[in-house]
Design a protein around this ligand. Structure first.
Ligand code: TYM
Length: 354
């Protein structure tokens, strides 16, 4: 019998999961667990690349698992694990780092965005010898080398399970490209070892934008409270956030690059209901933004209500959550050791004496 394709994907346990994570990622994951061998990671090692509070990370990691389960991930069908519980992620990342030219990392869009969020600016002409200019009081911390190596660790997460398919939102495409390049480079350097993983980006919901600034993606770590809908937000909070979402001048409900706010709300409505955008435009013709926003708010409330209810029923059940992670880590570790041993053999490391 043919083995089912392997899926690997992950999210960072930094704050709560957002409507963007749900529509762009988790909704697709739960659909895939039926006919694929799935590994769903909670990547705490990625979360320490930017400033964070240890007690919050600990709390958010279990809460993230409760949110995965609330979004429909079923631990009897998929392996759900915490990255730091599995030996091999940082080990393989080291091997891959030795195949990654510095310049490839310095060009990564997310790296530059995160550096900018820390209050620094990367000067384009400096990419060979990275320098950051400091923009005064907004700078929160120095740029650590973990942040630069982040995409290598992400490639390791994927290749450690020899994944065929990686379901992600639009924002992760560039990282996926690097992962594919590294897999190819490894295979060419040492002989065929890794499959070349494909990104799976859903047709709708792959790029949900901030409600406060619809030119930027909706993000867990946005400092503006109204920018992001969390999947565990109460109904009235969701209504308020969508009610105050930035729309554009005029009152025509139309998807248009000149109207990023309205376009974002149309995309959200379409991603949840499956109704195509042209049909939505027709339905809301002449009705103005008020009615439209109310409809979108009710759609989101309805979609997230069961998720929120399930989340609340799970989040305080620490023994159950820990038992899920124990099983997930054991299954993930088995695969990870197998692939890591193969890699170590190929690159010339002597086998560990038994
Ligand atoms: P993270 O934690 O930022 O996001 C998790 C998943 O949600 C998707 N996503 C979005 N989709 C649509 N609209 C948005 N506004 C939005 N925001 C986030 C992301 O594309 C992602 O699929 N680097 C990754 C985590 C990671 C990973 C991996 C992913 C680490 N190792 C290996 C896949 C495979 C990240 O920070 O995702």
């Amino acid at each position: 019998m043919q083995e089912p394709p392997v899926i690997l994907t992950c999210a960072q346990p930094t704050g709560g999961l957002t409507l963007g994570n749900y529509l762009g990622a988790l909704r697709n994951w739960s659909r895939m667990q039926v006919d694929h061998e799935c590994y769903f990671g909670i990547v705490d090692m990625h979360s320490i690349t930017t400033p964070y509070v240890p007690a919050e990370l600990r709390r958010n990691t279990l809460a993230c698992l409760a949110q995965y389960l609330a979004c429909g991930i079923d631990p009897s069908k998929a392996h759900v694990f915490v990255q730091s519980h599995v030996i091999g992620h940082s080990e393989l990342a080291w091997v891959l780092a030795c195949l990654t030219p510095l310049g490839e990392l310095q060009r990564m869009t997310q790296f530059k965005d995160k550096v900018a969020k820390l209050g620094f600016k990367v000067k384009e002409e400096d990419t060979a010898d990275l320098k950051f200019t400091h923009s005064g009081s907004r700078a929160q911390a120095s740029v650590n080398s973990g942040l630069l190596s982040y995409p290598v660790l992400m490639a390791s997460d994927i290749l450690l399970y020899n994944a065929d398919l990686v379901p992600v939102g639009e924002d992760q495409r560039q990282h996926l490209e690097l992962c594919r390049d590294l897999a190819q480079r490894f295979n060419q350097t040492y002989s065929d070892t890794f499959k070349i993983p494909e990104a799976y980006v859903g047709k709708s919901g792959a790029r949900v934008m901030s409600l406060a600034d619809p030119t930027r993606k909706m993000s867990k770590s946005d400092t503006n409270q109204n920018a992001t809908i969390f999947i565990h937000d109460e109904a009235d909070v969701i209504r308020k956030k969508i009610g105050s979402a930035v729309t554009d001048s005029g009152n025509e409900v139309k998807a248009d690059p000149e109207k990023p706010g309205v376009t974002n709300l149309l995309s959200i409505q379409s991603a949840i209901t499956g109704e195509e955008i042209p049909s939505l435009e027709k339905r809301f013709e002449g009705q103005g933004y008020g009615t439209f926003k109310q409809t979108v708010a009710e759609t989101v409330v309805e979609a997230l209500q069961p998720v929120r209810d399930k989340y609340l029923s799970l989040v305080d059940d620490k023994p159950y959550l820990e038992s899920v992670l124990k099983d997930g880590a054991a299954a993930a570790q088995k695969t990870a050791f197998r692939i890591l041993s193969k890699v170590y053999r190929k690159i010339g490391f002597v086998e560990r004496p038994r």
